[in-house]
Design a protein around this ligand. Structure first.
Ligand code: AMP
Ligand code: MG
Length: 348
């Protein structure tokens, strides 16, 4: 695998050209986006999609998102672009919004996990857009992690999971990633339906296209509700340690967590805590992660996956996290935390 990190413009152009050739030849390239790193292959080549599933160890009924860089390409892979999709594209693309629509025949079922619909996104990262153009315009890409692990927010974690499994990594850590995956909205029905919350919130979507629903499976335990985004049914984003979310008045949350970490310490188990800046001094654990101020929820979101990966690096056995408000972007953070925690949540 070639690891690239060219600094001057000539290097970057050569890297992008090489990456584009690899995709056209049916290979796989990991690339940065403004959300998390993607694991890309030619979306119109079923053999490339097969390789993506294999590299990730991902179940083949879990469809891939097709990334485009040009509005003309949008029309080619969707049988009919609904008016609401056009408006949302105008408002939020390039950006962290994925839309589900009826697929055109050129999109192979391997890419859509056997579905007649296709998920499409135009990412906002300049390297991603340039790479997609070099690659021919249609790059199928899930997050560049092994199935079930937290999505990678830096090239380091892509290498950890994908070394030896893919042909190239475009390394462009900027430190400014959103850090959680795109919002997914289904536009096949009359009312748009959010299947996965993200940085583009329900409020933002409904301001453009009116009434918008959220799939009930987003917050319920997946075992109780069949989710409409097949990927949401799998245990996801999980660290090796056992994660528990603790909800309640901040002082009580800290007392509860400290009692738990003390008990684990007596058993020789290693503990971690994710807390907000306002409370962080109160915690006692082997590894304490500051998610930033409660008033800056976006910054908390951008750090969650990195924390979960770091806890793995630090061999943490038990992790306790504060909970976040389930509105706006907080909804996306809570959705990912609940999944990572396998819905283990205590009220104190
Ligand atoms: P990832 O690529 O890891 O961000 O996961 C992509 C997510 O998009 C998965 O949860 C999929 O289930 C979802 N997805 C992709 N295509 C479709 C589709 N056609 N219908 C519903 N969900 C989809
Ligand atoms: Mg993923």
């Amino acid at each position: 695998m070639a690891l690239t990190g060219g600094k001057n413009q000539g290097d970057v152009s050569a890297m992008l050209a090489q990456a584009g050739r690899i995709i056209k030849d049916g290979g796989l390239v990991a690339f940065p986006t403004e959300t998390v790193y993607g694991l890309g292959g030619d979306a119109l080549n079923m053999e490339s999609s097969r390789k993506i599933y294999e590299a990730k160890g991902r179940p083949s009924d879990n469809p891939l998102i097709v990334h485009i860089a040009d509005m003309e390409h949008f029309e080619k892979i969707v049988s009919k672009v609904p008016e609401k999709a056009r408006k949302l594209a105008e408002a939020f693309w390039p950006g962290p919004l994925t839309m589900i629509m009826e697929k055109a025949p050129i999109v192979p079922y391997r890419t859509t996990g056997g579905l007649d619909t296709v998920a499409v996104r135009m990412p906002g990262h300049p390297i991603a857009l340039a790479f997609i153009k070099e690659a021919g315009g249609y790059v199928a890409a899930p997050s560049a992690n092994l199935s079930g692990k937290p999505s990678p927010t830096t090239a380091k974690y892509v290498i950890q999971d994908m070394d030896g499994r893919i042909d190239m990594i475009l390394d462009a850590d900027s430190g400014e990633t959103i850090g959680i995956e795109s919002t997914i909205v289904d536009l096949t029905g009359e009312t748009p339906m959010i299947l996965r919350p993200g940085f583009i919130t329900r409020e933002m979507i409904s301001a453009v296209v009116g009434k918008t629903d959220i799939d009930a499976a987003v917050f319920d335990d997946a075992s109780k509700q069949p989710p409409k985004a097949p990927g949401m049914k799998y245990r996801h984003y999980a660290p090796q340690g056992e994660l528990v979310i603790v909800e309640g008045e901040p002082g009580k949350v800290a007392s509860y967590i400290n009692a738990q970490t003390a008990a684990h310490a007596r058993n020789g188990e290693r503990t971690g805590v994710i807390g907000t800046s306002e409370m962080i001094e109160k915690y006692r654990a082997d590894s304490i992660k500051d998610a930033g101020s409660r008033s800056d929820i976006v910054s908390a979101g951008s750090r969650i996956y990195t924390f979960l990966r770091e806890f793995d690096d630090e061999q943490i056995d038990f992790i306790y996290s504060e909970s976040f408000e389930s509105t706006g972007v907080g909804q996306a953070i809570m959705n990912r935390l609940l999944k990572a925690a396998g819905h283990r949540c205590v009220q104190v």
